[in-house]
Design a protein around this ligand. Structure first.
Ligand code: NAD
Length: 485
């Protein structure tokens, strides 16, 4: 992406180069250079997008196709993503700042979502229910209707695929509202959908400000369901908007995920996982493992090793595939740096890698990774989601203490457990109030098959796996009375 991109609104396969809320801009977070401008939707374009999606859902061919035919088109979308892997990954790294290998992962994972749900499209069975003699009863699964997908900036391409693939498999029409910070790859997604042969109006792209286009869409009476991924405060606003017309929502919100490291763990294997858990995409990951509960006998050794590790890291532009790229923006950099002061108030801050020295990166939103020691689990640094590369390390003496600390959080998205003792791993895992438990792992990679979602403030509903499909379906029951005489 050497030339500046222009990202339109796409409604019913029509490209709208102008939006009634003006023009937005997106910057390369590594350099501060303007990389894209985009049309910002207002009420006019929001109405057009909802009308196009409604028409596609109510009268278009998608629901009349046989499910396996829908599945074939979804598979084709996955294939086209993999064919354009290099181009999309590069654009994603420039727009979002993430290292190139993570952008490749986004594209690969997105293709997997379309493969997985393409395969599921003809397996969305109902059930038969025994009512006794003279009765037959069964359920069918019907598409819920027009599904709105509100996307954050941290995984702009992959999070579109995560929600849109199951929605389409279920037979829905879709409206995508990307983050105003990362509009670029959503347009690539639209082009692929069109090339794969999705019917007109089935997928619509509405760029714009969250407070304008996002809010108008969430309140729109033509929308039947919302999948929101983002922060807790915005999620609460979206829930209020959804409540204004009583529609269901999937809420994927924030986290402050614990990792529990026992003294019997194999540190050579565990510490790279612990480090990856809070450093991936500069800590801007909803499930980032940002609280490390470590058994006291190995606390100092673990801190030394982690500090050596973060000190040796390279920081740079995402396209150069450094150990760590920049944050999403200078505004977010200011937010994260505020937590360095909070860390020093709550405990001791050990910083790692130096900032990049190159003049071309002087305006980049880079921050140094950090460890916080001496802060307990009730401090601000241990409780708030930072969305930056900062790990709070907290010692524990017993497994019960580790579990209590891990659960003492407003969030409950994921947890990691590192131990070579399987009883300990499963006993602790059973007691954790989180949506996913990873043992001797933190993430699986291309993990589209199992459900993902949170307890508590981390949200509700599940993405991924077969569970995700239920958000996009209504259950209809048939009962027949058929006495022979
Ligand atoms: P955000 O809440 O600021 O924005 C998310 C989206 O909501 C954007 O598209 C934004 O334009 C839109 N929006 C803003 N105001 C709106 C309104 N009033 N009505 C409708 N839409 C509105 O989040 P962000 O800063 O883009 O992303 C970071 C957050 O996302 C973090 O809290 C992170 O934990 C969370 N996240 C969660 C998951 C998950 O799966 N649980 C995944 C990724 C990110």
């Amino acid at each position: 992406m050497t030339d500046r991109a222009y990202i339109p609104i796409v409604v019913g396969n029509k490209v709208l180069n102008e939006g009634s809320d003006g023009v937005g801009q997106s910057f390369d977070p590594a350099t501060g250079v303007l990389v894209a401008e985009f049309a910002r939707a207002g009420a006019v374009e929001v109405d057009m997008a909802v009308a196009a999606a409604r028409e596609a859902f109510d009268n278009g061919p998608w629901r009349r196709m046989r499910p396996f035919e829908r599945g074939r088109i979804l598979h084709r979308i996955g294939e086209l993503m993999l064919q354009r892997r290099d181009e999309i990954a590069r654009k994603e790294s420039i727009d979002s700042g993430k290292p190139l290998r993570d952008s490749y992962w986004e594209v690969d994972c997105s293709a997997r979502f379309f493969e997985f749900y393409g395969g599921a499209a003809d397996k969305l069975h109902g059930s038969s229910i025994p009512l006794g003699p003279d009765w037959s009863d069964w359920t069918v699964k019907e598409a819920i209707g027009v599904s709105l997908h509100i996307i954050p900036w941290n995984y702009p391409f992959q999070l579109i695929a995560r929600g849109v693939a199951p929605a389409l498999a279920a037979g829905c029409a879709v409206i995508i509202k990307p983050s105003a910070d990362t509009p670029v790859t959503a347009y690539e997604f639209m082009k692929i959908c069109q090339e794969a042969g999705l019917p007109e109006g089935l997928v619509n792209l509405v760029n714009g400000r969250g407070s304008v286009a996002g809010d108008l869409l969430a309140r729109h009476k033509g929308v039947d369901q919302i999948t929101f991924t983002g922060s807790v405060p915005t999620g609460e606003r979206v829930l209020v908007a959804a409540a204004s017309h009583a529609i269901p929502c999937n809420m994927e919100l924030g986290g402050k995920s614990p990792q529990i490291l026992f003294a019997d763990a194999d540190l050579d294997k565990s510490l790279p996982i612990v480090a990856g858990g809070f450093l991936t995409h500069c800590g801007q990951v909803c499930n980032a493992g940002t609280r490390l509960f470590v058994e006291r006998s190995i606390h100092d050794r673990v801190v030394d090793k982690l500090h050596a590790r973060i000190s040796a890291m390279t920081l740079g532009a995402g396209v150069d595939d450094p150990d760590m790229g920049p944050l999403i923006s200078r505004a977010h950099k200011n937010d994260v740096e505020r937590y360095y002061d909070i860390a020093r108030k709550d405990g001791e801050l050990l910083l790692g890698a130096d900032l990049p020295k190159s003049a071309s990166l002087a305006e980049g939103a880079f921050v140094r990774p950090g460890l916080v020691i001496g802060a307990n689990n009730s401090t601000q640094i241990a409780r708030e989601e930072i969305f930056g590369p900062i790990l709070t390390v907290i010692p524990f003496d017993t497994a019960e203490e580790a579990v209590a600390g891990a659960n003492d959080s407003p969030f409950g998205l994921v947890a990691g457990i590192h131990t070579t003792n399987i009883n300990k791993a499963l006993g602790v895992g059973e007691k954790l109030r989180v949506g996913q438990v990873w043992i001797n792992a933190f993430g699986v990679g291309l993990d589209v098959e199992f459900p993902f979602g949170g307890f508590k403030l981390s949200g509700f509903g599940r993405e991924k796996g077969l569970e995700a499909l239920s958000a996009y379906q209504q259950v209809k029951n048939f009962a027949i009375h058929h006495p022979l005489a």
